[in-house]
Design a protein around this ligand. Structure first.
Ligand code: MF3
Ligand code: CO
Length: 239
């Protein structure tokens, strides 16, 4: 899973570093799929429940599962959430981040920073004996202290030889509640955070989730192993 995680993050960072005003989200998909072809590596998402692409690219009020499109052109001030994963020798990696396009306003920058910090806070409590409620509560506290809201309709997940395994990993909860983590488990923690209210709806394409109030939304995700020494982020970028 370390190998899958590393490749996942490497490609994700490469895509992020190419984000520029004027590009379409399909251009980003092309960067991802070209790199996968070069590496001879399989995308985790393509074909998953009929999902048509390697990448999810969700712009502004799109929360997750935005389908790359030649009609979706990025402009300065936008944000784009990039969610990506690979499968190598049967093992999955899954990671996401939200990138600014050109220059973004201060509140949106704060949304990105808070969401990334909430992911770090969730990861920080991971250890054998900690509960899923501990993780959710840690994420939720960072988000709500900043005045933003946690999406409830989508959650993180166990991951391993399938992309989605038990348990579900909510980004909200109460400390001490829920299943206990054990060494050897691997979970994907993935806060989705809205600048406005927590409600989301899915568009007619059957995939794209958007905020109900039209507010901006950010998404950061890592695949994290539970070890006796605490969390080990498998989707870290190591040169
Ligand atoms: N990172 C997403 C998740 O954890 C990937 C699912 S997108 C899909 O659920 F297209 F593959 F469904
Ligand atoms: Co995931």
């Amino acid at each position: 899973m370390r190998v899958a995680g590393r490749v996942t993050r490497e490609v994700l960072i490469m895509i992020r570093d190419k984000v520029e005003p004027g590009m379409t989200t399909l251009d980003l998909e092309k960067i991802a799929s070209d790199r996968l072809a070069e590496l001879g590596v399989k995308a985790a998402f393509k074909g998953y429940q009929g999902y048509p692409c390697a990448l999810c690219a969700s712009v502004n009020s799109e929360v997750v599962h935005g389908i790359p499109s030649s009609r979706r052109k990025l402009k300065s001030g936008d944000i784009v959430s990039l969610d990506f994963g690979v499968v190598i020798d049967g093992y999955y990696g899954d990671s996401a981040l939200t990138a600014p396009v050109g220059k973004i306003d201060a509140k949106t920058a704060q949304l990105l920073k808070t969401t990334e910090e909430s992911l770090k806070a969730g990861i920080a409590v991971v250890r054998p004996g900690a509960t899923l409620g501990d993780v959710g509560a840690a994420v939720q506290e960072v988000v709500e202290n900043a005045g933003f809201s946690v999406v409830r309709d989508f959650v993180g997940h166990g991951i391993g030889t399938r992309m989605h395994e038990d348990p579900q990993v909510p980004n909200y909860g109460r400390a001490g509640r829920g299943m206990k983590l054990k060494a050897g488990m691997v979970i994907a923690i993935e806060p989705m955070v809205n600048a406005g209210g927590p409600d989301v709806k899915v568009l007619d394409d059957g995939w794209t989730a958007v905020t109900s109030d039209g507010s901006m939304s950010a998404h950061f995700e890592h695949t994290v192993a539970v070890t006796v020494n605490g969390p080990r982020i498998l989707t870290e970028y190591l040169v």
